[in-house]
Design a protein around this ligand. Structure first.
Ligand code: DAH
Length: 354
């Protein structure tokens, strides 16, 4: 009689358990059956009215039912937990092969600035052609910036570059300090550190006290290059420059060579490329002439070789100074140099994949 009642109770519990779907409902059901007010507690408290023989039979059956309800609810809770884990894994699925989406899900990651990216690209090209990469200080003295590059104090070429001078006392025999106006300063440092034949590039920031506009900034980037060897000719120079430009633009670009004056080269040239932005039609970047000055270059002046303790009777070479910001502008069709250092995230975020 009591056994039948317990069986009915258990199948009622099983039915109700099948109908619940969340943790709170399962716990509620468990306390309904096993709690103080529940039917099992009631049966157990009524045991005192039974005979010893009856108790011996009923006791284990009731305890068995209690245990089964306990086990069933535990198993159900465990199943729920596994389902929850699976569901959250499914929802936050991460495909590790999708590099970008993973990174943007995890955090708002940064990316290489376009000037830095193009610098790395050029460094790779030159490394593959046997060049070293060297560095020099931003704060320079007028010896490295001018004097050693064949620009003595009274030379009008000093006015070609508007210079930020430091307010150091002008003392006889002492060189004044300045923010380097070009990376050519590293030519002197590089020559003194090595013996020919050698070839190196030197990228970095340069500073000019200039009024800014769409194509001028006070801080911009250059990449200096120098090759010293025997019997170097303009043909070598053109070969290296063309290789560089076609690697960067991944296509043949139209170039022209004009005579250019720079005291540290002789002959000196301006290598221009046809404006990739307006395709030669004229725009603010090319100052409406259709061509952009990109690569001033030339054969190293004997006086400069002498500054580097190199005998110009024995050795010669070429040098060039590439404007990295202009290159970025050409490559990505940016019409105002001021965007490059604006720090505007809407600008830099466009280059995140680099
Ligand atoms: N230093 C020059 C400038 O900033 C650029 C330059 C011209 C560098 C000719 C060179 C060169 O190495 O050969 O205007």
């Amino acid at each position: 009689m009591i056994e039948q009642k317990l069986n009915e109770l258990y199948s009622k519990f099983k039915n109700e358990l099948a109908g619940v779907s969340d943790r709170a409902a399962v716990l509620n059901l468990k306390s309904l059956y096993l709690g103080k007010q529940g039917p099992i507690t009631e049966i157990l408290s009524n045991m005192k009215n039974l005979s010893i023989e009856e108790r011996k039979v009923v006791g284990p059956v009731v305890n068995g039912l209690k245990e089964k309800i306990q086990q069933d609810t535990d198993a159900f809770l465990q199943k729920l937990e596994i389902e929850e884990i699976n569901q959250s894994l499914l929802k936050n699925k991460i495909d590790l092969t999708l590099r970008d989406s993973v990174l943007t899900n995890i955090q708002n990651h940064g990316g290489a600035h376009p000037v830095w990216a193009i610098q790395r690209e050029i460094e790779d090209v030159f490394l593959s052609m046997g060049f070293d990469i060297i560095d020099g200080p931003h704060i320079e003295d007028e010896y490295h910036n001018f004097e050693a590059l064949n620009i003595p104090a009274d030379h009008p070429a000093r006015d070609m570059q508007d210079t930020f001078w430091f307010e150091t006392e002008a003392r006889p025999g002492k060189f004044r300090h300045l923010l380097r106006t070009h990376t050519s300063t590293i030519q002197v440092r590089g020559m003194k550190q090595r013996r020919p034949p050698f070839r190196f590039i030197a990228p970095g920031k340069v500073f000019r006290c200039e009024r800014t506009d769409a194509s001028h900034e006070m801080v911009f980037h250059q990449l200096e290059g120098m090759l010293v060897d025997k019997d170097v000719s303009v043909a070598h120079l053109i070969y290296f420059m063309k290789t560089l430009l076609s690697e960067i633009f991944k296509r043949e670009v139209e170039v022209r060579l004009r005579p250019g004056f720079f005291p540290f080269v002789e002959p000196g040239f301006e290598l221009d490329i046809k404006c990739l932005l307006c395709k030669g039609q004229g725009c603010s970047v090319c100052k409406h002439v259709g061509w952009v000055e990109l690569l001033p270059c030339g054969l190293i002046h004997p006086n400069v070789l002498k500054s580097g303790d190199i005998n110009p009777q024995e050795w010669n070479g070429f040098a060039f100074g590439l404007g990295l910001d202009r290159l970025v502008m050409m490559k990505y069709a940016i019409d105002d140099i001021r965007h490059i250092h604006s720090g505007d995230l809407r600008f830099v975020e466009q280059f995140k994949s680099y």
